[in-house]
Design a protein. Structure first.
Length: 153
């Protein structure tokens, strides 16, 4: 599916507030509500919009530490780690990456003791390097620039 300027505007508005009504979204992108609803349905059916979510303040929810971990498998036990991380209740994301490590994982935990428990749980088959997040830089995503093609650069 080719994404045009109107689709980018719709995606930008929904990125900033996924709870917008079709009516309000239509006002913001200067289209009729039926046209916007059709475009949103198409973006969803094509898999461009995969879902709608909320952002949770982990600290206010009692998870004081956000940790980024570099995980390297010792004996090629990728499936074992993937099964573990899928079941781990405080994992935020897990990416399989290239380079000297195997995965980059983010977990949110209430204490250093729980971070240590996580590391101990996988130490038989993986090594880790842990990074505790001090703060997050708020990144403002521009859909026009995000979806810019090489020809238009």
């Amino acid at each position: 599916m080719k994404i045009d300027d109107i689709d980018r505007n719709i995606l930008g508005e929904l990125y900033m507030d996924g709870r917008l009504s079709i009516r309000e979204l239509a006002k913001r992108v200067n289209l009729s509500p039926p046209s916007v609803a059709e475009r949103v349905r198409k973006l969803e059916s094509e898999g461009i919009i995969e879902g709608y979510t909320i952002k949770i303040n982990n600290q206010k929810a009692g998870l004081a530490l956000d940790c980024i971990l570099e995980v390297t498998m010792k004996n090629g036990e990728y499936q074992r780690f993937q099964d573990f991380i899928r079941r781990y209740p405080r994992s935020c994301f897990c990416y399989r990456v290239t380079g000297s490590l195997c995965y980059i994982v983010k977990i949110s935990v209430p204490s250093l003791a729980e971070l240590e428990d996580f590391i101990n749980s996988i130490s038989a088959y993986a090594t880790t390097v842990s990074h505790i997040v001090l703060s997050e830089v708020d990144v403002q995503l521009s859909m026009d620039e995000f979806f810019q093609t090489e020809k238009s650069q």
